[in-house]
Design a protein around this ligand. Structure first.
Ligand SMILES: NC(=O)c1ccc[n+]([C@@H]2O[C@H](COP(=O)([O-])OP(=O)(O)OC[C@H]3O[C@@H](n4cnc5c(N)ncnc54)[C@H](O)[C@@H]3O)[C@@H](O)[C@H]2O)c1
Length: 389
């Protein structure tokens, strides 16, 4: 019954977002400044290959890294001074890839300088600055998009398209997980600080996927645990999470993340996955395997996007996935050109952070937490209803 579909044709007639020829578009390229050049490497790779962007300047407090990235990608300018980059009129947008706890300050500075913002996930790592960020975005009139990379990975885009076609029917439940052996990440000094939480760094992916399908998630309960492996690596916050979520219409969902344990072979357990169970069909998008599997009635298939592996994973094995960044910066540029808001925007980003903060509180209190109550405490009442429409 199962058909293994290689490099499925569903997307072949779609406009490919990958441009080598900078002259292939009539749109004036946007100037990009990149802040933070670890994961920032992926957006630089995307920008230099895009007809829609010019990478104008790189910025990192580590000058040697900035020089290396300039040499790697043929970018001509770098600085260790963020304010200097913000003062450059050739830059339209800042891509922010600094440690999680610095995002709020870096976004606010970019908006104050009149720049659009693409900020990596997690957008911010608690709600304390959320009202200030929302007000700053509104008064600046500039676009702020959260770089929720997984939404822009081939099997997940295909799953969304399939769901939106109506073929799967109405959503009953969604289950998303992201589990990986990320003990290597603890070499980064900021990962061992109290401010670092896998709840934001890791769970932001499955939390966003669930909210993409169930934007009206209203309540959460669950547990978190810090494993011996994580504690040995210097982690101070949990690395193991299981949560159950409820939407305002009664539907339920599940989010899981485990970050300091070996993983099951990918043939049996995908590191990142999103399962939609609907009334007419079911579907699963998988990460490194580049698979999308679905059932509708008596039909079923496993689609592979293997031929796009080199597009998505350009360097660093599977640890960097620049193709997603290519997709999202080009989507961002096209949205601005069309006068549309690139998503997830600041409002959606804040509510996803509220979901993660609610998870944190639920795990600590061992009680269910309502997201609207939490948002209300930060002067953001109404935001859940506004983004759930
Ligand atoms: N899938 C994804 O979208 C994805 C994947 C990995 C990391 N990330 C995110 O990217 C961000 C950075 O993670 P990383 O793994 O690259 O960390 P990293 O520590 O490797 O890199 C951060 C860089 O920021 C620089 N930096 C720190 N403070 C700065 C400042 N004030 N001004 C300028 N530069 C500064 C550091 O020197 C460093 O080079 C995090 O928020 C992380 O969650 C996203």
């Amino acid at each position: 019954m199962y058909a293994a579909v290689r490099d499925h044709a569903y997307r072949d007639d779609r406009e490919q977002p990958f441009h080598k020829n900078k002259k292939s578009t009539l749109m004036k390229p946007l100037g990009l400044g990149v802040l933070g050049l670890g994961e920032g490497r992926s957006i630089i790779s995307a920008g230099v290959r895009s007809a829609l962007w010019d990478v104008v300047c790189l910025c990192d407090t580590n000058a040697r890294l900035a020089q290396e990235r300039c040499a790697e990608f043929g970018v001509e300018q770098y600085t260790t001074d963020y304010e200097a980059m913000l003062a450059d009129p050739a830059i339209d947008a800042i891509g922010i890839y600094t440690p999680d706890h610095l995002h709020a300050d870096h976004i606010l500075a970019a908006l104050a300088a009149g720049k659009h913002v693409i900020c990596t996930k997690p957008f911010i790592d608690d709600l304390s600055r959320a009202r200030e960020l929302l007000d700053a975005q509104v008064s600046s009139g500039k676009a702020v998009m959260v770089g929720q990379s997984t939404r822009f990975f081939e099997p997940f885009m295909r799953q969304r398209e399939h769901y939106e076609s109506g073929a799967l029917g109405d959503l009953v439940t969604v289950e998303a997980s992201y589990s990986a052996d990320h003990r290597w990440f603890l070499d980064k000094p900021w990962a061992r600080q109290a401010a670092f939480k896998w709840l934001y760094g890791g769970i932001s992916h499955p939390a966003d996927l669930v909210r993409w399908y169930l934007p009206n998630v209203s309540e959460v309960m669950g547990y978190a645990y810090l494993s011996a492996n994580g504690r040995e690596g210097g982690l101070v916050n949990p690395d193991t999470y299981h949560f159950v979520l409820k939407a305002s219409d009664g539907r339920i969902a599940r989010v899981t993340g485990v970050y300091s344990c070996p993983t099951v072979p990918v043939e049996r357990d995908s590191p990142m996955t999103c399962i939609l169970r609907c009334d007419l069909g079911a579907s699963q998008a998988d990460y490194h395997e580049l698979h999308y599997a679905w059932t509708v009635g008596k039909q079923a298939a496993i689609e592979s996007f293997e031929s796009k592996r080199d597009y998505y994973f350009r360097f660093g094995g599977n640890s960097h996935h620049a193709g997603e960044y290519q997709n999202y910066i080009e989507y961002f540029a096209r949205s601005l050109a069309a006068g549309e808001t690139p998503r997830p925007d600041v409002r959606e980003g804040i509510v996803t952070v509220a979901l993660m903060q609610a998870m944190d509180e639920a795990a600590q209190t061992e009680q269910p937490v309502r997201i609207a109550d939490l948002l209300g405490r930060y002067g953001l009442e109404g935001l859940l209803a506004e983004t759930a429409r």
